[in-house]
Design a protein around this ligand. Structure first.
Ligand SMILES: [Zn+2]
Length: 69
C-alpha cells in the first residue's frame, strides 16, 4: 500500500504554506504556523491538522483506519 507521508499545510490565517512530513501511525492535533505563530487545530470531525489543512489526509486515514475518535 502506498501511503503518502508528505503534505503541504496551508495556514488559514495568513496563507503560509509549508510541506511537512506526517508521522505514519499517529495524528497531529496541534500545528504552529511558522510565519504567524497561529496554533492550528483540526476542524470538527477531522482527526488531525493534516486532514483539515493539508493537501493529503493523514496516513491512518489513507489506510482506512479511524485513528482517533
Ligand atoms: Zn499563518
Amino acid at each position: 500500500m502506498n501511503v503518502i507521508l508528505k503534505s503541504v499545510i496551508t495556514c488559514p490565517e495568513c496563507g503560509f504554506r509549508k510541506q511537512e512530513l506526517m508521522p505514519e501511525d499517529s495524528c497531529v492535533f496541534f500545528y504552529e504556523c511558522e510565519k504567524c505563530k497561529t496554533v492550528l487545530k483540526p476542524h470538527k470531525g477531522d482527526c488531525c491538522v493534516f486532514c483539515s489543512y493539508g493537501t493529503v489526509k493523514c496516513p491512518p486515514q489513507q489506510k482506512g483506519n479511524k485513528c482517533c475518535d
